[in-house]
Design a protein around this ligand. Sequence first.
Ligand SMILES: Nc1nc2c(ncn2[C@@H]2O[C@H](COP(=O)(O)OP(=O)(O)OP(=O)(O)O)[C@@H](O)[C@H]2O)c(=O)[nH]1
Ligand SMILES: [Mg+2]
Length: 664
Amino acid sequence: MSQGTRPEAHELTYETPGGEPVRFQARFGPDRPLPDRGPTLGRMVRLGRGWVVRQYRLPARSRGDRRAREALEREVNAAVAVERAHGRGPHAGLFLRVVGHDLDAEEPFVLYEPPPRGAPRLTEARLSGRRFDEAARQLVRAVRLWEQAGQVCRTLAPDTVWWHDDGIVIGEPYGAVPVGHPREPFGQAPWASPEQLAGTGHCDPRDDLWSAARLLYAALAGQPGPHAEPPPDLGAYPQLSALRDGRAFAPRAADRRPVAELLELWNEPDPGPAPPPGPARGEYARRVGEKRERLGLGPGPAPRGEEAPGDEPFEVVCPYCLGPVAYDPGALFLPEEQGEYVAFDPASEPVELRRADMLRRAFQLCPNLSGLDEHHLPVPYLTNGRPLTVVTVGGSLTGKTHLLTSMIGEIEENGLEPYGITAEPLNPEWHQRFVRERLQPLRDGRVLPRTASTRFARFADGLLLTSRGRTRPVMFFDLAGEDLESHDEAMRFLAGAGAFLFVVDPLRALRLPELERHRERVGIRERDLGDEAFAAVLSRVPRTAGLMMTPSAVVLNKSDLVRFEPAVASWLMSPPPTDRLPEALRGESEDVYAFLRHHGSRAWLRPFTDSARCTLHFVSATGRGERGGTFPHGVTPRRTLAPLLSLLAMAGMVEETDPWEVGL
Ligand SMILES: Nc1nc2c(ncn2[C@@H]2O[C@H](COP(=O)(O)OP(=O)(O)OP(=O)(O)O)[C@@H](O)[C@H]2O)c(=O)[nH]1
Ligand SMILES: [Mg+2]
């Protein structure tokens, strides 16, 4: 662009931090690369008649860069969470204001107000005693506010903190991650803590405390000090005594005192809003306590059963008609191209390798004593360990099909391997069809069609999962919401299901006003009465001591629609737990329970209240909403494996995890 020409105006639409869609005429300045921010580009934007903001965007050429995309998503989560909590009120000036964002645009972006014009960096502002004290308190307060939003900022450094109008201003949180996220090497010494630089352990709010302390030291000493130890001349700066007493300069986060305690040392009131709904938190623990009592379990770890579930002797039942069925080499068939079955006698194939392959593809006719339509079962279902059938439950359009597809997609990418579980298809042709008809289209960014109503419920896909040296067939059923709600004979198989995944749709379950415009778009209404499919399924399953014994998980799907709620953001953007599974699942269950209780009616929690063992999860099958029948940037599923992992753990299939301790 030559000097003096006015850039052309384009239309720019984005969402405000409050969730309002807005549209502006926008004129863009030239792109500026940002050395610390990977492929992200920055530029000035003039909105409407002259509101100048800064835009940070991912250019189209880095569309496939998943890390950059996640970083931008985390940044928007953090900036919006803080803006929502503190955009007004006593802490309003502390953070650079986020103006809006569009993560689904061709080139996803976030907009901020520019940093205050002419404001010096904090490290160069040469503040007097009183002003320095105020700056120090504000910086630590900011760290505490991040912590309360469930975030670690990670980027407090000389060029991200300014002094302006008697206060500090902190720049955009482009490195923010949820508290507890595994650390990755990030930032520069001495501003980033030694653990953050090395990428060891888990992100801690005290990582920011180190950065704040080092910035304040540099502001006084006029030089950055040593990289990884406390500066030797701290004693010369009485202004830093509270930070020193709070051990903010300690190289390890665990040795620094918690941020709240440091504020206390300073006689500073804790700045944040009240923590999220307390009573609902206690309520989760009370409910679990009641269940344990009804089941005759003590408050401590439950007494182990004689054997892990799945190890005890069992009789295979047909997942369709629930009648007993045993492997019978005299009743086998091979499927033909046209879907017909031709009789197959394994003895007729002399080559062993070929025979094994044919048996993998073969089916057995079910003796079918109850007069259901004739049906066949894959031979591997009958020749491996105890089968487990998993059924997704929920009304129409809750996202069951997308969820199941994303889940199997994660397994395809070896997502279960960290838990000692390997997977192969139960029936190669079925699995191929599932990949071709569901997984690949979803990967390509297409919205999957609604599930057709059926007279006979069939598996969507099946896997052979091997863990602890044992292989078990796991089958997934995916039915149309309307079928699940019916009391038809075809749904009889539900009584024999091995595990349920109850899918809650925020559009129906949550009262949050920010969901209104999505509800209008999709034509879904909020419901206080819970899900009819939940009720129908719960009424079919046998109970013990009034509780349904089938392992179950409740997922709040489409959590991307509520991702700016702090409780949701911190879970959704974290990888699934890899160690101490029961504790991690309990922590998340407690948060989801509190969230659903606070924003929805009790009816949505019925699967939890009615089942003996049940965990709760925030998930997003697609990571974002569709636009006109497609996902323009593909999908980024979030935490879809966690609920499955919980169900597998309850079924005794996760190493080093006591199945009796999951979900209770
Ligand atoms: N924002 C968002 N939308 C989702 C998500 N998962 C599914 N959807 C949308 O929800 C709609 C319904 O998804 P499906 O998976 O077909 O729902 P279903 O529960 O299988 O519906 P039936 O087959 O009719 O019972 C689709 O338009 C998806 O785009 C998600 O995680 N986030
Ligand atoms: Mg479906």
